[in-house]
Write a protein that binds this ligand. Structure first.
Ligand SMILES: [Zn+2]
Length: 726
C-alpha cells in the first residue's frame, strides 16, 4: 500500500515533487520507495515538498535529520527539501527547510492544491464524454456533451486523503453534520473525519447524509442547519447552492462545492476550480467544457444526436428508452416489390429448419427453381452476354446448386472448363479469364476464400464473380464484399456482379421454428396437453423435425386441426397489385423479414436505423401494426420475424395493455377470419417472443373459451401455468 500521494509538476522552470503523507504515521520505507520510483521515472526534482499532519511534524523532522545523508544520497545535494505541516483547519502550521539553500518553496501550499486536484481529476478520467452519435441529459434535465462523475476520481486512498485535506479549510469548526449531494462524497467525508480525529481524538465524527441533489432539495428533512455544512460534488453554475439557500434555509457560507467548472464563479465557495489558468492551473479545462443547456436550446439535439437520460445519484444510464414504430406501406421499396414479383409464387423462397451447414438454412432459396425460372433466365442471359469473357478458361461453381447456373455461363464461353470448388487447382497458372459462379450467397465468405486461393493459383488471370442472388444484411455489407472481391493490383479491378439482391436477417438457428419445436418437445408443455391436442402437436413436431424439407405453406399454426393453411388475402401492401395464385406463406414471411431487416440497418453511415436497438434506445413494433395488418399470414410473419426485443412490452404498461386488448380480440374470434392467427399470437407469448406486463397477461388469458380447439386451449393453459409464473 502506498500511503503517499505524489504530484510532480513544473513551475517557473522548476521541477517540483509534492508528497502528501496520507496517514497519521510516517512510514519511512514507503516514503523512500516512492522517492526512488520518482527519481527512476522522472529524474531528480529541483524541489521536494513534504506535507504532513501537524502532530507528525516533529517526528518527521527528526527522522529526516537522522536520515539526511540517506536523502541526499537519493536526491543529490542540490535538491531543496521542505517539510510543511497543516492544522485541523487545513492551513499551514509549521515549516522547516530539511535540505538545500533555498528559503521558500516556489509555490504556496494553497496554489498547489488546485493544480494537484485537477491532476487527479484528469488522471482518473473525471469526465464521462459522449461520442458524435449521442449526448446526455443530466438529472436536472439539461443536455450536455459530457458530465462529471465524482466516483471515477475516488480511486486511491492517498488521493482521497489529499482531497479531504483540501476540503478541511471549508469545514466549519463546530460542524457536526455534513449534507452531501451524491453518495460518492461519503468517502471524502469519511477521510475528513479521519483527519479531524488525528488532531483531536475526543472530537466526535461529523455525521453525514446524502440528500440526492436536485431531486432531494425539496423533500429531504434537513435538520440542525446551524451545526451543519453542505458539500456539493460539482457544479457549473452554483444553481443547486442557490436552491439550497432558498428552499432549505442554508447560509451561503455553509455551502461549498468540491469541484467547479463554469463561466462565472463569483461569490461561490469552491474547493477546486477546474478551469484553466495559465499561471495557477495550466492543466485545467476551458470553463465551458462541461456546459449544459436546456433541451430547447440544445444544438446537439438539433444535429440529430440522441440524448441519453442519466438517472439517480450516480448519473447512471437508464435502460434503453422505448419508442414504437408503426409499419407503413412506404417501407417496402419498389425494388422489393419488383423482386417479389419475380420470386414469389414459384416455390423459390422457403423456410429451412436445418441446424447445420448441410441442411437447408433458415432463409432458404431453392436455387434449382430460381435458375429454372423464366424471368431469371432472361436476366441472366443479358448479364452473362455482357460479363462472361469469350476467352474464359475455367468456370468455377461454388457448390452443387450452382452447377446448373454455371452451365448458363458456359454457353457464352464454349471452350471454358467447368470446375468444382474443390478442384480449384485445375486453374493453376492460367493467364486467361476465370469465372466464379454462385447461384445464391449469404455472407459471401466462400467467394472471399476462393478469391484468396485464386490470387496464388493464377495471379495473372482476370477474375469475374457472378452471383444469381445475394442475401445480404445491409447495403454496406454488400458493397464491402464487392470491394474486397474486385480488389486487384492489375490494370483494372476484378469484376463482381450480383443479378438479384435481397435484404434479409442472417439465417440463424435461434429462429421461431426451432423455438417452437423445443416448446413442443418440452414436458412442461406436453404435461398440459388438453384432450385432442396430442395428435396435432405430434404431427407438427414430426414436420418440424424433417429438417431436410424446408417449409413453404406450413409455416404457421392453424387454429384447428385439418383447417386450410393460413392464406394471404389480396391487397398486401408490400407487393405490387398482382394475381396471388400460388403465393406461399414463405413468400409473405420473406417479404416482411426483408422490410424489417431494411428498417434495422442505417441507410448510410450518417443516419440511424428506423428500428433502433442499442444500449440507449429500443424501438418496439407498435401494437397498432397488428390491427392495421389484419391478415393472419402477415400478422404471423411479423410475429415470427420480429426480434423478441421488438415485441417486449413488459416495461411499458400502456403499450402492453393495448397489445393485450388486440390479442384478446383475435383469440376470442378464433373461428372467424380476423382471428385466423390466434394460435400464432398465443405461441409467440408462450415462446417469449411477445412479452407483456403481468397485468395485461391476465387480460389475454381471461377469456373463457370452452368451445375453442384443443391446441388453442393448450396454449392458453401453458401461458397461465408457466409463462405467468416466470
Ligand atoms: Zn440535446
Amino acid at each position: 500500500m502506498r500511503s503517499v500521494f505524489s504530484y510532480r509538476f513544473d513551475y517557473k522552470k522548476r521541477d517540483i515533487l509534492f508528497s502528501f503523507i496520507a496517514t497519521n504515521s510516517f512510514d519511512q520505507s514507503t516514503f523512500f520507495a516512492e522517492i526512488d520510483d520518482q527519481v527512476r521515472d522522472n529524474l531528480i526534482p529541483d524541489e521536494l515538498i513534504i506535507v504532513v499532519r501537524d502532530p507528525l511534524f516533529s517526528e518527521t523532522q527528526k527522522l529526516f535529520q537522522d536520515e539526511l545523508d540517506n536523502i541526499k544520497g537519493r536526491l543529490g545535494p542540490e535538491t531543496a527539501v521542505f517539510l510543511v505541516s497543516y492544522n485541523s483547519g487545513g492551513q499551514q502550521a509549521q515549516f522547516d527547510i530539511l535540505s538545500g539553500a533555498q528559503e521558500n518553496p516556489a509555490l504556496r501550499l494553497g496554489d498547489i492544491k488546485r493544480r494537484a486536484l485537477t491532476y487527479i481529476f484528469r488522471l482518473r478520467n473525471g469526465f464521462v464524454s459522449s461520442t458524435e452519435n449521442y449526448h446526455f441529459q443530466n438529472p436536472s434535465k439539461k443536455h450536455t456533451k459530457r458530465f462529471l462523475r465524482l466516483s471515477n476520481i475516488l480511486a486511491r486512498g492517498a488521493e482521497i486523503a489529499f482531497m479531504a485535506f483540501c476540503v478541511l479549510p471549508f469545514v466549519p469548526e463546530r460542524a457536526t453534520i455534513a449534507y452531501i449531494d451524491t453518495p460518492a462524497l461519503f468517502a471524502i467525508v469519511a477521510a475528513i473525519n479521519d483527519q479531524l480525529q488525528s488532531f483531536d481524538s475526543a472530537r466526535p465524527p461529523v455525521l453525514v447524509d446524502n440528500f440526492s441533489s436536485y431531486a432531494g432539495v425539496e423533500n429531504y428533512p434537513f435538520t440542525q442547519q446551524a451545526d451543519s455544512f453542505v458539500l456539493i460534488s460539482a457544479s457549473s453554475s452554483g444553481s443547486l447552492a442557490y436552491k439550497l439557500q432558498r428552499m432549505a434555509g442554508f447560509k451561503s457560507g455553509q455551502i461549498f462545492h468540491f469541484l467547479y467548472l463554469g463561466e462565472d464563479s463569483h461569490g461561490i465557495n469552491i474547493v477546486c476550480d477546474l478551469s484553466i489558468d495559465a499561471n495557477v492551473n495550466p492543466e485545467g479545462y476551458p470553463p465551458s467544457y462541461g456546459q449544459a443547456s436546456l433541451e430547447e436550446n440544445c444544438k446537439l439535439c438539433l444535429e440529430g444526436s440522441h440524448a441519453i437520460v442519466l438517472k439517480g445519484d450516480h448519473f447512471e444510464f437508464g435502460g434503453p428508452e422505448l419508442d414504437s414504430l408503426e409499419i407503413e406501406k412506404k417501407f417496402a421499396t419498389t425494388n422489393l416489390k419488383d423482386l417479389m414479383d419475380e420470386l414469389a409464387g414459384l416455390e423459390i423462397l422457403k423456410v429451412g429448419l436445418g441446424n447445420s451447414q448441410k441442411q437447408p438454412c433458415h432463409f432458404f432459396i431453392d436455387s434449382k427453381k430460381l435458375v429454372a425460372s423464366e424471368d431469371f433466365k432472361s436476366r441472366t442471359k443479358f448479364v452473362f452476354k455482357r460479363t462472361v469473357p469469350a476467352a474464359t478458361s475455367h468456370i468455377i461453381y461454388i457448390n452443387r446448386d450452382s452447377e446448373e447456373f454455371a452451365k448458363f455461363a458456359q454457353e457464352h464461353a464454349r471452350t471454358a472448363k467447368l470446375v468444382a470448388r474443390d478442384s480449384l487447382h485445375l486453374c493453376a497458372g492460367t493467364p486467361d479469364p476465370v469465372v466464379v459462379i454462385a447461384a445464391v450467397i449469404e455472407s459471401g465468405r466462400v467467394l472471399q476464400d476462393i478469391s484468396r486461393e485464386l490470387r496464388s493459383e493464377c495471379p495473372d488471370a482476370p477474375i469475374v464473380y457472378l452471383v444469381g442472388l445475394t442475401k445480404t444484411l445491409s447495403e454496406s455489407r454488400h458493397s464491402k464484399l464487392k470491394s474486397t472481391l474486385t480488389l486487384s493490383d492489375k490494370y483494372c479491378p476484378q469484376v463482381y456482379e450480383s443479378i438479384l439482391q435481397i435484404f434479409l436477417p442472417a439465417s440463424g438457428n435461434n429462429n421461431a421454428w426451432n423455438q417452437e419445436l423445443n416448446l413442443l418437445r418440452s414436458t412442461q408443455f406436453t404435461d398440459l396437453l388438453i384432450d385432442g391436442a396430442e395428435a396435432i402437436i405430434g404431427e407438427r413436431r414430426e414436420r418440424l423435425e424433417q429438417v431436410s424439407k424446408p417449409l413453404l405453406d406450413e409455416l404457421f399454426l392453424s387454429n384447428s386441426h385439418g383447417s386450410a393453411p393460413l392464406k394471404i388475402q389480396p391487397g398486401f401492401a408490400f407487393w405490387n397489385k398482382h394475381f396471388l395464385e400460388g403465393r406461399s406463406q414463405a413468400d409473405v414471411y420473406f417479404t416482411v423479414a426483408s422490410v424489417f431487416q431494411k428498417l434495422r440497418t442505417p441507410a448510410d453511415k450518417q443516419s440511424e436505423p428506423i428500428i433502433k436497438k442499442n444500449a440507449f434506445q429500443q424501438t418496439l413494433l407498435h401494437p397498432n401494426n397488428f390491427g392495421r395488418f389484419n391478415d393472419g399470414v402477415i400478422q404471423a410473419s411479423m410475429l415470427r420475424c420480429a426480434l423478441p426485443a421488438e415485441l417486449n412490452f413488459a416495461s411499458s404498461e400502456d403499450l402492453s395493455s393495448e397489445m393485450a386488448r388486440i390479442i384478446r380480440r383475435i383469440v376470442e374470434n378464433w373461428n372467424k377470419p380476423r382471428g385466423e392467427a390466434a394460435c400464432e399470437f398465443l405461441l409467440a407469448i408462450a415462446l417469449g417472443r411477445i412479452r407483456l406486463h403481468k397485468n395485461s397477461l391476465n387480460d389475454v388469458i381471461g377469456s373463457v373459451l370452452v368451445n375453442a380447439p384443443p391446441l388453442l386451449r393448450t396454449l392458453m393453459l401453458y401461458i397461465d401455468e408457466v409463462v405467468k409464473k416466470e
